[in-house]
Design a protein around this ligand. Structure first.
Ligand code: ADP
Ligand code: MG
Length: 397
């Protein structure tokens, strides 16, 4: 993808002494008292901030936090705890500025945090007047918030249109590179796993990937709907019978390309959706009317693991079972470990997928873990994200 990169601008000396506006994703979870409970996103945003400071820029950083009402400040929407945490991590004072849209006082070598950008009227609607004002604050706009890359808002899209220079920060660049490697120019065979609870939330992903991949593995509630489509009994399992026709069309699309969607051979069932419900392994054809399928069985897991180990590229979204309950987690664990052991390049994303990766401690063995939930899913749907579209346009001017 042809976009300007912040690293390149720095190497060309185009950042020193300049006013740099970084749109980061500092939207961290907080408890009732406002204390930050998990700071991954803050730490992931530091390389860009450090690069800008080291290059001698006057640095402004902003982000959204939560879902504030535009134009109505409430203390719980403040980035104050974030400013404090960045300060601790960088070992320096990080002043927080509110009412910043009409001007920011910041000198080269300084860093200021600009209050929650979703407090500005017109942010979500990508108001042109607001975007122009933000663009006028800086010489260089840096988009480093992949988590918002699927939205066109004033601080993500409008500002990129009007800033003198607009580029991708290191976090956004890394996402672009990983996505390109996995989907635009993948080493074959390219195998995708689309699992999780519902076909309906991932139907577009299944359809889009069916045109690109050499193997499409379904799991979880999604696999149950595919089992229905294949004429297998699924008892009381989570499934969407009204989407059987769509499941069949995905299977046909894959078949037309000489590929397939493997249907589970065996499954793990229980009578109740409970952590301590007795689990039993059954052949896929033997599921009883009162059974709930909560995981793929060991034969299926082993068969899929072999496919994954032979893949050139793996795209993973969604656990293949109710991995939150240990009795129904073996399928997901087997898949996770097979991906980790595969010599192919792997990219993974999705809220629960990341939780599964953390549960099995395989972070280091995944080629790239995407930080953007919704944005990652839209990439898999085959959409061009607004952030990439505008940065590419600006690079080609
Ligand atoms: P992600 O957040 O990674 O995109 P999803 O939200 O689509 O994934 O799906 C994850 C959820 O699906 C998990 O909470 C898991 O328990 C659930 N799930 C997986 N398999 C089943 C199943 N067979 N029946 C019911 N729920 C399932
Ligand atoms: Mg989820």
């Amino acid at each position: 993808m042809n976009i300007l990169r912040f690293q390149d601008l720095i190497a060309q000396g185009r950042v020193t002494g300049r006013r740099v506006f970084i749109r980061a994703d500092l939207n961290v979870p907080q408890d009732d008292t406002g204390r930050i409970t998990e700071d991954t996103r803050i730490r992931a945003s530091l390389p860009c901030i450090r690069m800008a400071l080291d290059a001698g820029a006057a640095v402004m950083v902003t982000s959204h936090l939560g879902r504030p009402t535009e134009g109505a400040f409430k203390p719980e929407d403040s980035l104050a705890p974030v400013a404090q945490r960045i300060g601790e991590l960088l070992g320096r004072e990080v002043p927080l500025r509110s009412g910043w849209v009409d001007g920011v006082d910041v000198a080269p070598g300084q860093l200021v945090l600009l209050e929650n950008c979703r407090l500005n009227k017109g942010e979500k609607k990508n108001d042109e007047g607001l975007a122009r004002k933000m663009a006028a604050l800086c010489d260089v706009f840096v988009h480093d918030a992949f988590g918002t890359a699927h939205r066109a808002e004033a601080s993500t899209y409008g500002i990129a249109r009007f800033a003198k220079v607009a580029c991708a920060g290191p976090l956004l660049s890394a996402e672009i590179d990983a996505i390109t490697k996995a989907l635009r120019a993948p080493k074959r065979p390219l195998v995708a796993i689309v699992a999780g609870s519902k076909v309906s939330t991932k139907l577009t992903i299944l359809q889009s990937l069916a045109e690109k991949v050499d193997g499409l593995i379904v799991g979880g509630g999604i696999a149950n709907t595919f089992m229905l489509a294949a004429g297998l009994p699924i008892g009381k399992s989570l499934a969407e019978p009204d989407l059987v026709e769509q499941a069949l069309s995905v299977m046909r699309a894959m078949k037309a390309r000489g590929a397939d969607v493997p249907i589970p051979l065996d499954v793990v069932v229980a009578r109740e959706f409970k952590a301590d419900a007795p689990a039993s392994v059954k052949a896929a054809s033997d599921v009883a009317a009162e059974d709930l399928i909560l995981d793929i069985g060991p034969k299926t897991a082993a068969q899929l693991a072999d496919k994954l180990k032979a893949a050139g590229t793996i795209v993973w979204n969604g656990p293949v079972g109710v991995f939150e309950f240990d009795a129904f987690a073996k399928g997901t664990e087997t898949i996770a470990r097979a991906i980790a052991a595969s010599p192919g390049f792997s990219i993974a994303g999705g809220g629960d997928t990341l939780a599964a990766i953390a549960k099995y401690g395989i972070e280091k063995d995944i080629g790239y873990i995407s930080t953007g939930g919704g944005a990652f899913l839209e990439v898999l749907e085959g959409k061009t994200l607004p952030a990439f579209e505008i940065l590419e346009k600006r690079a080609n001017e």
